[in-house]
Design a protein around this ligand. Structure first.
Ligand SMILES: Nc1ncnc2c1ncn2[C@@H]1O[C@H](COP(=O)(O)OP(=O)(O)OP(=O)(O)O)[C@@H](O)[C@H]1O
Ligand SMILES: Cc1ncsc1CCO
Ligand SMILES: [Mg+2]
Length: 262
């Protein structure tokens, strides 16, 4: 078992300043459900989103963008081909990319493709506890796209996965954990209301990609993205009455955090 280090607010401040000053261009290949929240979260946080998804353009754009998100939430054959081309371009150009293995562990066709993507050297894999446990071969999948497991129970699976694929693995939940198989960081806080708005996890994976752009420490850059989401969720929950008002308050809170770091 690795020692758990808490990721500090000072560390977050440094990474957040870097993000808002560099304004990274984030190439998003994500699912149909979360396009809008993903773009809005990136803009509010100080990054620049672009959803370029066709196989004729994905490799060219991966070479232009600062980082890539691949999210398999609504995967199709065509999208998968375009994702592979983008991932290969990222690897050729040494650009960071993040894999969000939505609903891993439930569907064999999807699982085969998620495993193939994971073997293509993602910088970070970010998922909920059930997704990370399934990828590590230690779980049976979630309740559709939602987690059935506690993130604390997925820490060993996350570390095993990080070692297997030589990448950073982030598992989110009541407490978030990030590991590269050698160090383990925890990020606490946030609010359970995050789980009642679709795409808080998916958009967080895009934010992880943004923080990893031009960073030489993807482990800490990932923790910074998770911390930003936790801080913004806390603020949003304190001023909202339910998921409907939480959603815009979350964007506003991300924006205020970013603005404080200009
Ligand atoms: N019980 C909880 N208490 C507080 N925060 C939580 C809780 N569960 C999840 N979160 C937070 O919600 C956000 C999304 O994480 P989650 O694990 O729900 O991702 P996900 O299942 O992939 O989401 P989605 O598929 O809807 O995009 C993270 O910021 C995480 O820290
Ligand atoms: C609800 C849903 N279904 C496929 S992807 C997605 C977004 C949350 O992961
Ligand atoms: Mg998810």
């Amino acid at each position: 078992m690795l020692n758990i280090q808490t990721f500090s607010k000072d560390d977050f401040d440094r990474y957040c300043s870097h993000l808002v000053q560099t304004h990274p261009l984030v190439h998003c290949m994500t699912n149909d459900v979360v396009q809008e929240i993903t773009a809005d979260v990136l803009l509010a946080a100080g990054a620049s989103p672009a959803m370029i998804i066709d196989e004729h353009e994905s490799a060219d754009f991966a070479a232009i963008a600062d980082c890539l998100l691949v999210n398999v939430g609504t995967l199709t054959d065509d999208r998968y081909k375009a994702m592979l081309l983008a991932v290969e371009a990222c690897c050729r150009h040494s650009k960071p990319w993040v894999l969000d293995p939505v609903a891993a562990g439930l569907l064999p066709w999807r699982d085969e493709r998620v495993s193939e993507l994971a073997r293509k050297k993602p910088t970070v894999i970010r998922g909920n506890a059930s997704e990370i446990l399934s990828l590590a071969g230690m779980g049976q999948g979630g309740h559709g796209v939602d987690s059935k497991d506690d993130s604390r129970d997925a820490v060993n699976g996350a570390a095993a996965l990080a070692k297997r694929y030589d990448c950073v693995v982030a598992v989110t939940g009541e407490t978030d954990f990030v590991t590269d198989g050698k160090r383990l960081l925890s990020v606490s806080g946030g609010d359970v209301m995050s789980t009642l708005v679709v795409g808080t996890g998916c958009s967080l994976s895009a934010l992880v990609a943004a923080y990893c752009a031009q960073s030489d420490c993807p482990l800490e850059a990932t923790a910074a993205a998770l911390k930003m989401a936790k801080l913004a969720s806390e603020t949003a929950a304190s001023v909202s009455q339910g998921p409907g008002s939480f959603h815009p308050a979350y964007l506003d809170a991300l924006y205020r955090l970013a603005r404080n770091h200009f």
